[in-house]
Design a protein around this ligand. Sequence first.
Ligand code: IDP
Ligand code: MG
Length: 152
Amino acid sequence: MAIEQTLILCKPDAVARGLVGEIVARFERRGYVVAALKLLVCDRARAEQHYAEHKGKPFYEGLVSFITSGPLLALVVAGAGAIDGCRSTIGATDPIKAAPGSIRGDYAQTIGRNLVHGSDSLDAAGREIPIWFEPSEIVGRRNDLEHWIVAS
Ligand code: IDP
Ligand code: MG
């Protein structure tokens, strides 16, 4: 299984509700490693870049307004199959449909306040990570991560 990096955002609702420790712990307990992490307030330009695929959809303005509404925690999380693995730990987009045991299934109620973002493909991760992090802010390049991972 390839070692992958994925972009995770603990959105402003996660920070406001004091859930970032719980959320990050779930990725760590699964064996993924935090390769980069920062707390920031996302401005509109970055939000539009990040959510470009959703421009024009009915929920787009609300989404941009929400993601820029307060501090969020951005992370690069790395590990074997981390892109799909983190998506399954996060759970379905609509918390009503998210399985109990997933982050959204355990802590969220509505699709507009679903706590976490995770890249949904290798292409998305490759596009999204540079929107949030400089290469120098990411610790451990993909090929160096193997020895951190206690898995096979
Ligand atoms: P994802 O976060 O599970 O990848 P996407 O379809 O990429 O889901 O949508 C991005 C974000 O936009 C979602 O996490 C959610 O916060 C918001 N969103 C998606 N669909 C809706 C909707 O129908 N109403 C309100 N917000 C939505
Ligand atoms: Mg998405």
